[in-house]
Write a protein that binds this ligand. Structure first.
Ligand SMILES: C[S@@+](CC[C@H](N)C(=O)[O-])C[C@H]1O[C@@H](n2cnc3c(N)ncnc32)[C@H](O)[C@@H]1O
Length: 313
């Protein structure tokens, strides 16, 4: 029987691409408070899971895009109802799709999460590190595709003085963000926004930070209008945590399964090459491109891209 392993500071440093021994004290103590355990799986188990994953992809997943507006509207309305029923408990914001599987992708293999809702527990610690590392020096946060608003709630708890706008095309997502203001006193406001048709009247503050988390994922190759919008509005920094097709290695069978899933759903494609081209042209500066090699059963949303608009041309 394989012995369970702990996802501690060493593993976090590996995931985040940090030099060994450099992890900050707060992240180390969060990893102590919420110990993350997983089981490595042997080659037989790897093959079995890969076959199951392939069979599920063969059966077909829904394709993302414009036609899914109604699906998101209903999903967040359910979450909104549950949030209200719970007496506005912040835990009720945790989306069901995060941490719903115990089979995870880690360093090129499947592992089994032992800690309950491992992915969610990891996300909470990673997000805390991410916000302090890349979004601590901004005057306003804008999360686009904010969903249940659990990310902005986490940011508000870390940086209560910073104003936040949570943007999504689903009305219930906007309502959830507004409730964080009215029921929890957080400096958060919700606002409707559609990646396909960005509202040009919406200006971003020059010291603003932009965040997208598993949200551009949903728009396939139609990220152009949103990137153009950001280039025009020139926030201080843009942070994406998104599944990035171009960071998988199609030669590895493990990654090939994720590529197939990603492609079948028509998830985000082309964003990274497009940002690299903008960087080459001097229009932006790419600060970080990093795949954590961690994800859920089918793919890895944990790829980090950080960029800043270059000098105005
Ligand atoms: C997978 S969820 C992620 C939500 C949240 N960022 C998180 O980390 O859980 C994708 C989000 O993108 C939103 N979304 C999808 N297409 C969109 C579009 N065209 N414009 C704005 N939001 C969109 C959905 O409503 C949903 O809230």
């Amino acid at each position: 029987m394989p012995r369970q392993q702990r996802f501690g500071s060493t593993e976090f440093e590996l995931a985040a691409g940090l030099p060994a021994g450099s992890l900050d004290a707060r992240t180390r103590s969060l990893l102590e408070e919420t110990p993350l355990f997983f089981l490595p799986l042997n080659e037989n188990a790897q093959q079995k899971i890969r076959a199951e994953v392939q069979a599920e992809i063969d059966r077909g997943f829904t394709v993302v895009g414009q036609h899914r507006a109604g699906v998101w509207r209903d999903a967040w309305q359910d979450h909104l109802d549950e949030f209200v029923r719970s007496g506005h408990a912040l835990e009720a914001l945790n989306p069901r799709f995060v941490g719903g599987t115990s089979i995870l992708r880690w360093q090129g293999a499947y592992v089994e999460g032992v800690t309950s809702r491992f992915e969610l527990a990891f996300l909470e610690i990673f997000r805390d590190w991410l916000f302090r590392t890349y979004l601590s020096d901004i005057g306003h946060l804008y999360e686009f595709g904010s969903g249940s608003a659990f990310n902005v709630a986490a940011y508000a708890r870390l940086f209560p003085a910073v104003g936040i706008t949570a943007l999504d095309w689903a009305p219930a997502a906007v309502a959830l963000a507004d409730l964080l203001h009215s029921k929890h006193g957080m400096k958060i406001a919700g606002q409707r926004f559609d990646f396909f048709v960005p509202d040009q009247a919406l200006d971003l503050s020059v010291d603003g930070g932009v965040l997208t988390m598993c949200a551009l994922e949903q728009i396939g190759d139609r990220f152009g209008p949103f990137v153009d919008y950001l280039l025009d509005k020139r926030p201080k920094r843009v942070v994406h945590v998104e599944p990035i097709l171009e960071l998988y290695d199609p030669a590895s069978p493990h990654d090939a399964a994720a590529v197939r899933y990603h492609s079948q759903r028509k998830y985000l494609s082309g964003l990274l090459p497009s940002l690299q081209e903008l960087a080459r042209q001097g229009k932006i500066q790419l600060r970080k491109v990093h795949r954590l090699h961690f994800g859920s059963r089918f793919h890895e949303c944990f790829c980090l891209i950080v960029w800043e608009p270059g000098p105005r041309q």
